[in-house]
Design a protein around this ligand. Structure first.
Ligand SMILES: Cc1cc2nc3c(=O)[nH]c(=O)nc-3n(C[C@H](O)[C@H](O)[C@H](O)COP(=O)(O)OP(=O)(O)OC[C@H]3O[C@@H](n4cnc5c(N)ncnc54)[C@H](O)[C@@H]3O)c2cc1C
Length: 410
C-alpha cells in the first residue's frame, strides 16, 4: 500500500497549494468585507489566473474542459482547495455547481449540454439545486409538496423551496418536483431545469445564517415557484428518476465535502498551534505549555489524520467497486469528519479567547458558515441510523447458535 499521492497528481497538488497560499487566501478579507456579489470582479480575475495556470475544473471531465481527475485524486485536490473558503470557487469546483455538472454530464440531452453544461463548466454562469422545502423534512425528501404538472408540451411547477444554495445570481436551478404523486415514494419526483428568469420564479430572500444573509454565491435562498412553465424537454433524465439521480449526485459530493473539511481542519490546526506557541499566559510561559491545549493539539492531529484515511479509503472504494460498495463508508465519513471539524473549530476559538470570536482570524467564519455540515447532505442522526441498521441486520441474520454465551470465555 502506497500512502504517497499518486505521482501523476503530485506536481499539481504542490502547484495548487502554493497558488491557494499566494493568491486565494490574501483575497479573503476583501470578499468577507464586501460580500461575494460585490467581490465578483476580483473573484473573476482570480478564476482567470487559475485557468491561465491550467488548473481549472480539477473534477470536470476533460471533454468539458476540466482536468478529468478521479475521485481519489480530486479528493486530494479538494483538501488543498479547502484551506480557503474561496478555494473551490476559484478553481471551478464549488458546490452546488460541481454536483449539477456531474448529473448534466451524465443525464443531460445534447440540447441541455449545449445550453447549460458548457457555459457552467466554463464558469460563465452559475447554477443551484432546489430540493428542500420549509414545510417538509429535508432529511426525508420523498415527502415533498412541490409539483410539476404536465400541460401540453410543458411542465407547470408550483412549490416552495428554501436553502437553495447560491440561487442569488444563478442562471438556472435544477428543481426537484413531484411528477407522479401515485408512483412509489422513490419514483414520484423528477429533476427539471428552470432558468431563473422564468416568470413565476420568485427568489424571496437570502436566508440569514446566524445573522448573515450573505450574497451571490455565498448565500442560501428561499424561493417560490408559482406557475413556472418550462418545456418538458427541460427534464433531466427519465421521469421519476429524481431520487436516483440525487443519490448519484450525493455520493461523490460527500467525498468532496469531507476532503474540503479536512482542508479546513488543517488551516484551523495551523492557526491554533501558531497561537498557542505565541500567546503568553505568564511571564515566561505560553499557552502551549498547558496540558489541556496539548491534549487538544494531539487529539486534533490524530482525528484529522484518521479522517483523511477514512475519506480516501471511501473514495478508493467508490472508484474501484462502485458507490453501492461504499455506502456505509460514505455515511460514516459524513458524520465523523463533520464533527471532527466542528469540534476543532470550537476548541481553536476557545484557545484564542475573545480574539476567537472576532473576524480577525478565519475561525469565526468557519464557526458560522460550516455549522451546516452536520445537517446538509444528510444530518448526523440519519447517517448513523442507516449505517447501524445495515450493520445490525448483518448480525441479526447470523445463525443463532453462534450467539450463545460460552460461559466465561472472552
Ligand atoms: C448550509 C446548508 C446548505 C444547504 N443547501 C441546500 C441546497 O443547495 N439545496 C437544497 O435543496 N437543500 C439544501 N440544504 C438543505 C438540507 O438538505 C436540509 O437542511 C437537510 O436535508 C435536513 O433537512 P431539514 O433541514 O428539513 O431538517 P429535518 O428533516 O426537519 O430534520 C431536523 C433534524 O431532525 C433530526 N432527524 C431527522 N430525521 C431523523 C431520523 N430519521 N432519525 C433521527 N433524527 C432525525 C436530525 O437531527 C435533523 O437535523 C442546505 C442546508 C444547509 C444547512
Amino acid at each position: 500500500m502506497d500512502f504517497d499521492p499518486p505521482a501523476q497528481v503530485k506536481p499539481l497538488l504542490d502547484k495548487i497549494e502554493a497558488f491557494v497560499a499566494e493568491h486565494v487566501i490574501p483575497l479573503e478579507p476583501h470578499v468577507f468585507e464586501v460580500g461575494f456579489e460585490k467581490a465578483a470582479p476580483e473573484l473573476d480575475q482570480l478564476r482567470a489566473k487559475v485557468k491561465a495556470a491550467g488548473m481549472w475544473g480539477p473534477q470536470l471531465p476533460k471533454d468539458v474542459g476540466g482536468l478529468g481527475l478521479d475521485l481519489v485524486e480530486h479528493g486530494l485536490v479538494s483538501e488543498r482547495l479547502g484551506r480557503s473558503p474561496l478555494g473551490h470557487y476559484a478553481f471551478g469546483a464549488q458546490a452546488p455547481d460541481a454536483g449539477n455538472l456531474e448529473i448534466l454530464h451524465k443525464y443531460g440531452s445534447a440540447e441541455q449540454k449545449a445550453t447549460w453544461l458548457a457555459p457552467l463548466a466554463a464558469g460563465e454562469l452559475r447554477s443551484c439545486f432546489s430540493m428542500t422545502e420549509p414545510e417538509n423534512p429535508g432529511s426525508n425528501p420523498t415527502i415533498m409538496s412541490c409539483t410539476a404538472r404536465k400541460d401540453g408540451s410543458d411542465y407547470v411547477i408550483d412549490g416552495h423551496k428554501w436553502f437553495t444554495t447560491a440561487a442569488d445570481g444563478a442562471a438556472f436551478a435544477i428543481v426537484m418536483a413531484v411528477t407522479d404523486p401515485d408512483a412509489p415514494a422513490h419514483m414520484r419526483a423528477s429533476m427539471i431545469i428552470v432558468p431563473t428568469n422564468t416568470p413565476g420564479f420568485d427568489r424571496v430572500r437570502n436566508i440569514p445564517i446566524m445573522g448573515d444573509p450573505s450574497s451571490g454565491y455565498g448565500s442560501h435562498s428561499e424561493i417560490w415557484y408559482r406557475g413556472v412553465r418550462v418545456p418538458q424537454s427541460n427534464r433531466l433524465g427519465p421521469e421519476g428518476a429524481g431520487f436516483l439521480i440525487a443519490q448519484e449526485r450525493l455520493g461523490p459530493g460527500r467525498i468532496h465535502h469531507c476532503m474540503r473539511w479536512i482542508g479546513i481542519c488543517e488551516r484551523v490546526f495551523d492557526t491554533m498551534c501558531r497561537h498557542l506557541t505565541r500567546r503568553k499566559i505568564a511571564e515566561d510561559k505560553t499557552l502551549a505549555t498547558r496540558q489541556i491545549a496539548q491534549a487538544w493539539v494531539a487529539e486534533a492531529r490524530a482525528e484529522i489524520d484518521a479522517s483523511r484515511l477514512l475519506v480516501l479509503h471511501a473514495a478508493w472504494t467508490i472508484e474501484k467497486k462502485g458507490f453501492a460498495a461504499a455506502r456505509d463508508q460514505v455515511s460514516c465519513i459524513k458524520f465523523y469528519v463533520a464533527n471532527v471539524m466542528l469540534q476543532l473549530v470550537d476548541r481553536a476559538i476557545q484557545l484564542h479567547g475573545a480574539l476567537g470570536i472576532t473576524s480577525d482570524t478565519i475561525l469565526a467564519y468557519y464557526y458560522v458558515h460550516e455549522r451546516g455540515a452536520r445537517i446538509y447532505d444528510g444530518p448526523d442522526e440519519v447517517h448513523k441510523m442507516v449505517v447501524a441498521k445495515r450493520i445490525l441486520a448483518r448480525y441479526a441474520s447470523e445463525p443463532r447458535g453462534e450467539q450463545v454465551p460460552s460461559g466465561g470465555a472472552p
